[in-house]
Design a protein around this ligand. Structure first.
Ligand code: HEM
Length: 402
């Protein structure tokens, strides 16, 4: 289903006959090897309200200064090292090293990075009825769980909040300890949560930068110029950028960054919203009523909407300014809609936009072989859900702007 009427009926689902298929499938348990059968229910009832609170302005303000300084330091180190690396490892490494210590403090075990990427690469298998995981996955999952178990120990022993950890991070860890779970399952659920925070953030940031570098040589320079104008107009003292208030980043001065993010999501987001029918459910569609039989799973086919020429002119093309001024947003389903709209969307948008703003304002991202002329956009793996991983990557380096 991808016509506006059926997507609307799917997301709004007024009689609540469709329940969230993903949270109540084996996937959240398999991600962290959680034994408790209630993992999905615990995420929905305990973690989602904490994520909603973490996405409110006071929480975003708290993370802003720590995250922006961390992302800036990471780019500085990359520029000083002068190393060429794949765009995927640049994006995932910089986000991993910045987002997780921002949320969970400096003692977060960053050594699990490679294992987290190994797990993430195989998650599409978890959506199959027989998940065929490569042999490396269970071992990587065990190492991540053990590292997280050690990291979580202070919250077990001390009832006060742990200093240098964000209020959101403390809330997540306290909530996990309040649940009747074994230590292994608690660490497994944290692992599932961390995957949820990072997976689409990695991918969306990646595809946005890949388009800037590949589609038209002028795009990167155009966005960089717009960011410079936005920073000059918003922050009289440029050092204030690293304390950017979430509202400043959402304002009109950074409208092109926002539009670029939406355009990358429009082109690359695969179906993410799954529902299971509790009874026969009749949904309206452009071709008349459509019955979802009880017990079956139904997926909102958002690429059908996002690539529909009736809704988007030249739908296969990346147009940097397509969404400037709010045009076409009605037909965009990046964060889903209705009761299960992504509760982490404001946090994700802040992380992503500040990544792009700090990078373009203070540094140049250079594709190996020079900046002039477009290079070829990597093709994505045909995942069934989420955003795809690149099959073959670009080599890039970061240089300090002069
Ligand atoms: C670019 C990054 C992200 C994208 C594109 C994204 C997109 C989505 C989408 C499309 C859904 C499906 C909703 C449905 O079933 O209809 C979803 C669900 C969810 N997302 Fe995100 N998300 C992102 C980042 C995050 C972050 C950072 C967090 C946590 C802090 C998060 C937490 C969740 C949770 C808990 C759900 C399940 C909500 C529910 O079923 O009620 N997401 N997300």
């Amino acid at each position: 289903m991808s016509d506006p009427e059926s997507l609307n009926a799917f997301y709004r689902n007024p009689d609540r006959g469709l329940v969230n298929g993903l949270l109540h499938s084996p996937v959240p348990r398999l991600l962290g090897d959680v034994q408790s059968p209630h993992a999905g229910y615990m995420i929905e009832s305990t973690l989602v309200p904490i994520i909603v609170k973490g996405n409110a302005e006071p929480s975003l303000c708290e993370i802003a200064a720590v995250y922006n300084a961390a992302i800036y330091r990471t780019f500085q180190k990359l520029a000083a090292g002068g190393k060429c690396q794949s765009l995927w490892s640049l994006v995932t490494g910089a986000l991993f090293q910045s987002v997780l210590p921002t949320m969970f403090g400096p003692s977060f075990p960053l050594r699990i990075y490679d294992d987290v990427l190994t797990l993430d690469k195989s998650t599409y298998q978890l959506f199959h009825s027989i998940p065929l995981l490569p042999r490396s996955v269970p071992r990587a999952r065990l190492r991540v769980r053990d590292a997280l178990k050690g990291f979580m120990r202070p919250w077990k022993d001390v009832s006060a909040d742990i200093p240098d950890v964000s209020a959101h991070g403390n809330d997540v860890l306290r909530a996990l300890f309040a649940l009747a779970l074994t230590d292994d399952d608690r660490a497994g659920l944290l692992q599932t949560y961390i995957w949820g925070v990072l997976t689409n953030l990695f991918r969306l940031t990646y595809w946005l930068l890949a388009h800037l570098l590949c589609d038209r040589a002028a795009y990167c320079a155009q966005l960089q110029a717009a960011v410079d104008v936005g920073v000059a107009a918003t922050f009289p003292d440029p050092s204030e950028l690293l304390h950017a208030h979430p509202r400043a980043v959402n304002g009109s001065h950074f409208a092109l960054v926002d539009a670029a993010m939406k355009e990358a999501a429009r082109l690359h987001l695969l179906p993410l919203s799954h529902r299971v029918a509790r009874a026969d459910v009749a949904l309206q569609s452009a071709r008349g009523p459509f019955v979802v039989p009880a017990g079956s799973t139904v997926v909102a086919y958002t690429p059908g909407a996002h690539l529909d020429p009736a809704r988007f002119d030249e739908p296969g093309a990346f147009r940097l300014d397509r969404f400037v001024g709010g045009a076409g947003v009605r037909n965009l389903y990046v964060w889903s809609k209705g009761a299960h709209i992504c509760p982490g969307r404001h946090m994700a948008m802040y992380y992503l936009k500040m990544f792009v703003i700090v990078l373009l304002h203070r540094f140049d991202l250079v594709v190996e072989g020079g900046t002039s002329g477009p290079c070829t956009l990597p093709t994505g793996n045909p995942w069934i859900t989420g955003l795809p991983l690149p099959r073959k990557d670009l080599l890039v380096s970061v240089k300090m702007r002069t």
